[in-house]
Design a protein around this ligand. Structure first.
Ligand code: FAD
Length: 295
């Protein structure tokens, strides 16, 4: 099924993100994660794509597995910054052959090693170029990333939102946000989205339950997500006990989701970090709300 049709048919759409195991671990290590997530009946599961295509085969394999074995709609992430047209076309052919109809089209980050811009693709400078290319082939439902606090490379949130317009107009069907811990930042983003009159699309909010402080510090240093005082208090107070921190992190994510659902969010996309237990807890915490809002 095309994800744009899922958004058209129901609200809220609940989805998860998983990442492929590292190259030196067997791909089978993902089975337990998928087995654990399937019981929660997500509307789709997205599979990340390693920087520079480092997990291409695994992303494709897990997306196919989701469809064939687990009967869950997959969303394959795809980045373009280091790929040429032929490589992208080969991947699109493989996705199509495997029945994977949904792509999260991303630019990707500049390679860390060597001259940042020396080995980037001239044809795919921005995600909009990839989106346009995929759209020309037809057959796919295409999602894109958006950033409630602005993309780190962009000088201002306003400019980032104006840049988002080109991406939407290139052929997007839905948006998934970068993770955030402060819902007010998301609401401000949506106000600006409306203020600049961007074409209306379903937006899914990226939520990540805190499971350990090291992981969160790493992620927030990459994304620059604001940590509200309440969130910082929780991390500092409970960091000595992994179980206490996990419990508090689940409660924090639950509270964020309840507020977003009351606001009328189209979807929630949970960054599972391949941890089905924590995901199950927060999904169970909103089960009645999910039922009562379901349209
Ligand atoms: P773009 O939309 O191209 O934007 C990149 C920058 O360029 C922004 O600052 C934007 O404002 C600016 N810009 C856009 N158009 C123009 C223009 N015409 N002129 C000037 N500036 C412009 N990375 C991975 O490697 N693998 C993944 O699986 C992955 N999954 C992700 C999932 C989500 C939901 C999110 C939010 C991010 C994900 N990322 C992933 C990270 C992403 O690749 C990086 O954030 C990357 O730096 C930007 O990708 P983008 O698609 O948002 O780029």
């Amino acid at each position: 099924m095309l994800i744009k049709d899922i958004f058209a048919a129901k609200k809220p759409v609940i989805s998860f993100e998983v990442f492929p195991p590292k190259k030196d671990s067997p791909v089978e290590t993902i089975y337990d994660t998928l087995e654990g997530l399937r019981g929660m009946k997500p509307d789709f599961i997205s599979v990340t794509y390693g920087a520079g295509g480092s997990t291409t085969n695994r992303t494709l394999e897990i997306a196919r597995l989701l469809k064939e074995k687990y009967e869950i709609e997959p969303l394959a992430h795809l980045t373009c910054i280091t790929s040429d047209m032929q490589e992208i076309d080969n991947i699109l052919d493989e996705l199509q052959a495997g029945g994977v109809k949904n792509i999260l089209a991303l630019r990707g980050d500049f390679p860390q090693d060597g001259d940042r811009r020396s080995n980037v693709s001239p044809g795919f400078s921005f995600a909009a170029n990839l989106i346009e290319h995929i759209r020309q082939r037809g057959n796919f439902s295409i999602g894109g990333a958006c950033y409630p606090e602005g993309h780190p490379e962009c000088p201002s949130l306003e400019q980032d939102i104006l840049n988002l317009r080109a991406k939407i107009e290139a052929g997007l069907d839905f948006l998934i946000t970068q993770l955030f811990f402060d819902n007010e930042k998301f609401y401000r983003f949506m106000e600006l989205y409306e203020h600049y009159n961007l074409p209306k699309l379903p937006v899914s909010a990226g939520i990540m339950p805190v499971l350990n402080t090291k992981q969160i510090r790493h992620i927030t240093s990459l994304t620059r997500a604001t940590m509200p005082k309440k969130f910082l208090r929780i991390m500092e107070r409970y960091e000595h006990s992994s179980e206490a921190l996990k419990e508090a992190g689940i409660a924090y994510a639950t509270e964020q989701m309840i507020d977003l659902l009351a606001w009328g969010i189209d979807g929630i996309h949970i960054y599972t970090m391949n941890k089905p237990e924590a995901t199950r807890s927060i999904v169970n915490n909103i089960s009645e709300i999910r039922n009562c809002l379901f349209t």
